[in-house]
Write a protein of this length. Sequence first.
Length: 107
Amino acid sequence: MKKLIILSFIVWGCQSKAAKDKRVDMKTMQTVVWQLMQADEYYTRVSVIDSTWKIDKKNVEFYQQIFDLNKVDRAEFYNTIDYLQRHPIEFKELIDSVNELSKREKK
């Protein structure tokens, strides 16, 4: 019985570590971050006019729709953000690529 409990803790520990290590690829991150920025801008503009959006937390709905659209798990997205915060050069590359994407879309 004791061995079974220890084994289950080992398996659970490995699974949770594997889940924490899952990250989104940079191309998908670029798209998701750009879409999240657009959703935030839209939410900010509309919530000034319609204050019920703040109460209903429409921005959270937008985020979930973006994650679903891009087939990205919320936990994987935030794991990737955590990783990028610890690796500033890669984070800068992501932000620069999002900036370039926004410039292309504006043209």
